[in-house]
Write a new protein. Structure first.
Length: 321
């Protein structure tokens, strides 16, 4: 056993196991692993490492090289055939529930027609800053940073972007400074338009979650969305049936005015996984309107989202790449 070299001893308290150091004569060569750190932290850490190395007797020059094993980031697209089925509600609550399961989650609101995440995530009116033309996601009270199409335009400005503009805006959201985020949940616009195509072709999501209501009509639309991902070779993680059964606001009993199980049967026919159902529940709507997503609490409404997040987290661990 040789004694630890004085350089290692000096670096341990500032860089832990991130620094690998070598001394040649009066020169210290240090490799600093910054994997998982936010780029904004790199300079400060490097400066501390330099200072610690320079304080070692006999060291005159210090070289530091930064390396990073890029965090593998999975993008999960949340899609539906048509609007109003609860895609944004599912995206917000899925993101929060995945974060509660230990993932580092960011939320991208790519719905150019009706961006609703700033309101759902209680950051309405906040604008992302840009550093070197790269957007910095906005922090939310739920530990899930957010970027939304709604933050790029004034709220009353009708979004009538043509393909290339929408694609450019999506690129800004996707290529933002997501730092150590390992999972991006993407709230897509409804249907199968330009934003979806750009998302699929350029940003290659790891998988897609399809949201549908139990009605057959919505399911026909959902099948179209499923088809789009299938054709592009993007795996379908599974189907979520939203507004499935009606939770009585007085007694909590679930009744089924629109029928129930339609989405589960369709998932079976299509050979895709069924991730879970969320009842039509006035408490979900009021909580959403108030910017307090149910998944952030521990009421009965949170349970449905927890089940879905468990299924998605399992999928990411086994299939997401
Ligand atoms: N399970 C549910 N129970 C009650 N209201 C819901 C539920 N899911 C969504 N909503 C409400 O329905 C409306 C549409 O949902 P939203 O998530 O915005 O749909 P989309 O993004 O598909 O257009 C919102 O007012 C939302 O609060
Ligand atoms: Mg929406």
């Amino acid at each position: 056993m040789t004694d630890p070299n004085p350089l290692d001893t000096a670096l341990a308290p500032v860089a832990g196991t991130r620094a690998t150091a070598r001394i040649e004569g009066s020169r210290a060569s240090i490799i600093l692993d910054v994997s998982g750190l936010d780029p904004s932290e790199h300079d400060a850490l490097e400066a501390r490492v330099r200072a610690a190395a320079s304080s070692v007797p006999g060291i005159e020059t210090v070289r530091v090289a930064l390396t990073s094993q890029r965090t593998r980031r999975v993008a999960i697209a949340v899609a539906s055939g048509k609007g109003g089925v609860g895609k944004s509600t599912v995206s917000a609550n899925l993101a929060i529930a995945l974060a509660a399961r230990g993932r580092r989650v960011g939320l991208v609101d790519a719905d150019i027609y009706g961006p609703s995440q700033p309101k759902l995530m209680a950051v309405e009116g906040s604008k992302p800053t840009a550093r070197d033309k790269v957007l910095q996601p906005v922090a939310t009270p739920y530990g899930v940073p957010l970027l939304s199409m709604g933050q790029l335009v004034a709220p009353d400005q009708a979004i009538a972007w043509r393909g290339p503009m929408a694609a450019g805006a999506l690129g800004q959201l996707m290529d933002a400074n997501w730092g150590a985020t390992d999972t991006l949940v993407i709230d897509l616009p409804p249907g199968t338009g330009d934003v979806q195509l750009t998302m699929i072709q350029k940003h290659r999501p790891a998988g897609a979650v399809i949201v549908s209501t139990p009605q057959d009509l919505a399911l026909i639309d959902a099948r179209r969305a499923i088809d789009l991902f299938n054709k592009a070779g993007v795996p379908i993680i599974g189907l979520v049936e939203n507004m499935s059964g009606y939770a009585c606001p007085h007694c909590g009993e679930i009744s089924n005015p629109f029928g129930q199980g339609g989405a589960e049967a369709a998932a079976g026919e299509l050979g895709i996984a069924f991730l879970g159902r969320i009842p039509l529940d006035i408490a979900i709507r009021t909580a959403s309107d108030a910017g307090t997503p149910p998944a952030a609490g521990n009421g009965p409404e949170a349970a449905a989202f927890a089940t879905i997040a468990d299924a998605v987290a399992r999928w990411i661990q086994t299939e997401g790449r």
